[in-house]
Design a protein around this ligand. Structure first.
Ligand SMILES: [Zn+2]
Length: 462
């Protein structure tokens, strides 16, 4: 009894302290997206569990696509005239989610305002967040390998999430991902899949994080591998799973719309983005909302009004040169391989200079180099790539990897930083420049882009 009273008092102390701090932060013109929740959890660790929450919570987790799918889901629900909250402004960890719930309750915390919440949830916070919020739905976009220190092992991440999924939570997962499919097999679930498309070829790739079935240990048989372990597979040791609940079969050649089927209906959906990862994000959202009770017709109508924010892809045409700037998430073999592969669909007349300026050791000088040997540097063997400029302080590591890939070292220029990149471009040999940076070298990339623009404008003027 005494313990119960102490618990209630601690909750209210946490609640009102967080409320007062929110008010003070707002008066100071500061963001109140993290600190109030952090303080509340500090005062009362079960705060997230006890605070009043919306009836329908959709948690979104996975390696890639969390933010995009959470944003699409929120916009679609808004277009369906459903009041919804999400944690897009705060963090995707417990503190950000606690702050969001605090803002969604009435003054004394008894009632919630919005009855729907879309919560991007960091997969490494699953142990704290999932048991506390008990989401009605959990969307798992995919489980892929990420940076070495954060997530070098997909089986570990999958088992970590699986351990903390509440038993009544309904799971939406990617049928084409043999790792995600093993999570919470006894929970109710809804799956989505993309059939191999007519224009889609199976690529040679080094990366496969799931050779063996995580359920029975037998070797998986892939008949189509899209990237990493995502594709069409079967297991000799397990029973054939039931077909996916939602299937993207093809594209309408007239308008490029995606044709999506569930058990009873077929509907066309406007594309959001052009690549296959964009299609998976859209399909994941349709699957989640369909599972939550919305019809394909209503979802398609609401989704048709959603726009994606500008991508991490920037393309310019300056005079006779085309310049493409794109994010290349180093330390992630898949993201870097996909970035390199983006050059392989160019027309035969394109002659490319690839400038690579990552700075992944800037904040983590002790980071391992092994990720490079799972990355498809072989995609840089493309004969249209006439020159590769490595412009960063530890470029020799990349040079060794390029040599292992069989790339002619005559093509490669190493310079210690991004300052003199423009002078080193063989402008007479190329008509396209690809500029790859990671999140730590965005400023350098922008400077190189500005230098390139100035150089081209000057050349045209002369
Ligand atoms: Zn199996």
């Amino acid at each position: 009894m005494v313990l119960k009273i102490v618990e209630i008092l601690r909750f209210w102390l946490a609640f009102f302290t967080a409320r007062i701090v929110t008010r003070i932060l707002k008066l100071l013109g500061r963001n109140a997206t993290q600190l109030p929740g952090k303080l509340a959890i500090k005062i009362f660790p079960n705060f997230l569990q006890k605070i009043a929450k919306p009836t329908h919570i959709i948690a979104v987790t996975g390696t890639n696509g969390k933010t995009t799918t959470a944003n699409i889901l929120t916009s679609t629900l808004k277009n369906l005239n459903i009041p919804v909250i999400n944690n897009s402004l705060g963090s995707n960890m417990a503190e950000g989610i606690a702050t969001l719930f605090l803002q969604n309750v009435t003054l004394i915390g008894q009632k919630t305002k919005a009855q729907w919440a879309i919560l991007e949830t960091d997969e490494r916070s699953a142990h704290f967040v999932l048991p506390a919020i008990k989401p009605e739905f959990l969307l798992i976009t995919n489980i892929l390998r990420d940076t070495p220190r954060r997530n070098a092992h997909v089986e570990y991440i999958a088992s970590f999430i699986a351990k903390y999924v509440p038993k009544n939570t309904k799971i939406i997962k990617c049928y084409d991902d043999p790792v995600a499919m093993t999570i919470a097999p006894n929970n109710s679930s809804y799956t989505f899949s993309i059939l191999p498309q007519p224009d889609e070829s199976q690529k040679e790739t080094l990366l496969n994080d799931c050779y063996y079935c995580l359920t029975c240990g037998n070797k998986l048989n892939y008949t189509f591998r899209r990237y990493d372990h995502i594709g069409v597979y079967s297991c000799t040791g397990c029973a054939t799973p039931k077909p996916p609940n939602l299937l993207l079969t093809s594209t309408n050649p007239q308008n490029n719309n995606l044709i999506i089927h569930n058990d009873t209906d077929t509907k066309e959906f406007k594309r959001l983005g052009s690549n296959i990862a964009d299609s998976y994000n859209l399909l994941a959202c349709v699957a989640t909302l369909n599972y939550a009770g919305f019809t394909l017709v209503d979802i398609a109508h609401a989704l048709s009004k959603v726009e994606l924010p500008p991508s991490r892809f920037n393309e310019k045409q300056w005079g006779e040169y085309r310049v493409v700037q794109r994010l290349c998430k180093t330390l992630s073999p898949l993201a870097t391989s996909l970035a390199f592969d983006s050059m392989n669909n160019e027309s035969p007349e394109t002659e490319i200079c690839a400038i690579i300026i990552p700075d992944y050791l800037k904040n983590n000088p002790q980071e391992s180099q092994f990720w490079m040997y799972d990355t498809d540097f072989e995609y840089l063997l493309n004969p249209r790539i006439k020159q590769i400029i490595l412009a960063f302080s530890h470029a020799e590591d990349f040079l060794v990897r390029c040599a292992f890939a069989g790339i002619s070292l005559d093509k490669i220029t190493i310079i210690p930083n991004s300052e003199n990149v423009v002078k080193n471009i063989n402008w007479n040999e190329i008509n396209t420049v690809y500029l790859f940076n990671d999140i730590f070298s965005q400023a350098e990339s922008q400077r190189v882009l500005n230098d390139i623009q100035l150089h081209i404008e000057k050349e045209n003027h002369d």
